[in-house]
Design a protein around this ligand. Structure first.
Ligand SMILES: [Zn+2]
Ligand SMILES: [Zn+2]
Length: 277
């Protein structure tokens, strides 16, 4: 089983990350993608991925932090960071009109520029969407990235179906285990297992009966179990198919361990920075 989205660089894990990762491994979590939210996450995420062979990472700026995004400074840093062999995606990026921590038009510009970067670099985009599905679709349709996942999907099927029809993936968290999650469960039911991934979004969104506590990657097993129940298939099938989906989506088969760079050679191998309009 792969936890396709969590935040291991979060301060919540600073005291006991080794134990958290070991617990997950013993529960059957074979690989983990740790996701960046802000420019400050890039370095700690890289260090975690370099320490643990089965952990990979992404780089990107969350819509909450869009107002801090400096296009001239940050886009070249993001571009250079992706040269690392364990950096497997751009994310999380997207739109969040629920909290509206950054102005709407700023969120849109920051999302679109990072989505274009993902497309240009041929990397998957890990996308956050809250109360913003129409604007998000407009931008996605316009940019047409090759690979995209709507993470922590809570959308009604009628709103999100077009993403699945376009070949994109949906990823589900512990929200599927909550009471009043009937709409999300219907989306799980409708989405083909071949376009579905499972995540924890740890340290957030612990599944029932752990709701309210710190979430850990080990809980991806609980989320997968609920998804199996909702879809009426075995846990083994959910595990097999979603693992293959995540391997393909994040390109985890490649032999990263042969070419782990040190800091200096990483800098040299990074493509030259180029401004994006
Ligand atoms: Zn998110
Ligand atoms: Zn997240």
């Amino acid at each position: 089983m792969i936890d396709s989205h969590c935040h291991l660089a979060a301060p919540d894990f600073a005291q006991d990350l080794d134990e958290v990762i070991e617990r997950a491994r013993q529960a059957g979590v074979t690989k983990i993608i740790t996701i960046s939210d802000a420019m400050g996450d890039i370095e700690p995420s890289r260090l975690i991925a370099e320490k643990y062979e089965h952990i990979f990472y992404s780089v990107g700026v969350h819509p909450h932090h869009a107002k801090e995004f400096d296009f001239a400074r940050d886009l070249p840093i993001l571009r250079a960071s992706t040269a690392h062999p364990k950096c497997k995606a751009i994310g999380e990026i997207g739109l969040d009109y629920h909290y509206m921590n950054s102005p709407r038009d700023t969120q849109q510009r920051v999302f679109e520029s990072q989505l274009r970067l993902a497309k240009e670099l041929d990397l998957p985009a890990v996308v956050h969407c809250r109360d913003a599905v129409e604007d998000l679709w407009t931008i996605v349709k316009h940019v047409q990235p090759k690979k995209l996942v709507i993470h922590c999907c809570t959308e009604k099927w009628q709103d999100i179906e077009r993403f699945v029809k376009a070949g994109y993936l949906l990823s589900f968290t512990g929200i599927v285990t909550y009471k009043k999650s009937e709409d999300v469960c219907e989306t799980v039911r409708q989405c083909s297992l071949t376009q579905l991934m499972v995540e924890t979004d740890a340290p957030f969104l612990a599944p029932e009966p752990y709701r309210g506590r710190r979430c850990e990657p080990t809980h991806v097993m609980d989320n997968a179990e609920k998804i199996a129940e909702v879809k009426g298939v075995s846990l083994e099938e959910v595990e097999r198919v979603t693992t293959e989906n995540a391997e393909k989506f994040f390109d985890l088969h490649s032999s990263y361990f042969l070419c782990l760079p040190d800091k200096e050679s990483n800098k040299e191998s990074a493509p030259p920075p180029r401004a994006i309009p």
